[in-house]
Design a protein around this ligand. Structure first.
Ligand code: CTP
Ligand code: CA
Length: 227
């Protein structure tokens, strides 16, 4: 008698995850950022590693520790994040959990801006590259499965459907991050998985459980198409 040991579900797969906020400098001491703890994105990277994948995590500035066994590339800005993502293609699946700042200051000051008689400075903002959309529409290196996130404060599923279409990704993990939910910065999450096939409402769970569930779905999807 012997037991057949099953291979880990993501063995031989390469998975890329973005996580955390980005910081966009105003001057050497000030920045624009989104709120993001990195807890959900880091948990996804850890779960993918535990499932046997080779994982690259591109992380903005966060307090949470690097997951064990994962290659972590630390970045600050959206432009650094997209460069790190592009350098690490090809992958089988990519999960874009980062809360990327939509805008950056066009010409960040090289020296600290001083308060002066002129009053508050006017910041000229320009749009950052959309990392998810650009990878989902990549002509040669599009991963087989591209997963985005949508953190919303109203009309969660409607906004997620719109993002799925606009960005050209395969799935959107959508959640309501209104302050009253406690999801932002907390350890639990309530998400909806939005795909071309429809919407699944997942039960509230810890961010690690949500991560394990998502990773299991990714493994099933990659196994389904084999290759
Ligand atoms: N995203 C990205 N690069 C950006 C902005 C967003 O990769 N510059 C990704 C996020 O990581 C997430 C998804 O796109 O997976 C949706 O982000 P979100 O901020 O909800 O979408 P936006 O298109 O920026 O729309 P909104 O006006 O709601 O901020
Ligand atoms: Ca945004």
């Amino acid at each position: 008698h012997f037991k057949v040991r099953e291979a880990p579900p993501l063995k031989g797969r390469r998975i890329l995850v973005t996580s955390g906020p980005t910081h966009e400098p105003i001057d050497p001491v000030r920045y624009i950022a989104n709120r993001s703890s990195g807890k959900q994105g880091h948990a996804i990277a850890a779960a993918a590693q535990a499932a046997g994948a080779e994982v690259v995590l591109v992380a903005g500035p966060v307090e949470v520790p690097d997951p064990r066994g994962v290659r972590v590339i630390h970045v600050e800005s959206a432009r650094e994040m997209i460069a790190a993502v592009e350098e690490n293609l090809p992958v089988d699946a990519a999960v874009f959990a980062a809360a990327v700042a939509d805008w950056r200051v066009a010409d960040a000051a090289e020296q600290k801006i001083k308060k002066g008689a002129d009053g508050a400075p006017a910041l000229h903002l320009v749009e950052n590259p959309d990392i998810l959309a650009s990878i989902a529409r990549h002509h040669t290196l599009r991963p087989r499965l591209v997963v985005g996130f949508a953190a919303e404060t109203e009309r969660v599923v409607a906004h997620a459907r719109e993002k799925l279409a606009r960005k050209g990704c395969d799935w959107i993990v959508a959640n309501d991050v209104s302050p009253a939910t406690g999801i932002m910065g907390g350890d639990a999450n309530t998400v909806h998985l939005v795909t071309a096939g429809g919407v699944e409402d997942w039960p509230s769970a810890s961010k690690s459980e949500v991560a394990r569930h998502l990773v299991a779905r990714i493994a099933a999807e990659l196994a389904g198409g084999n290759a």
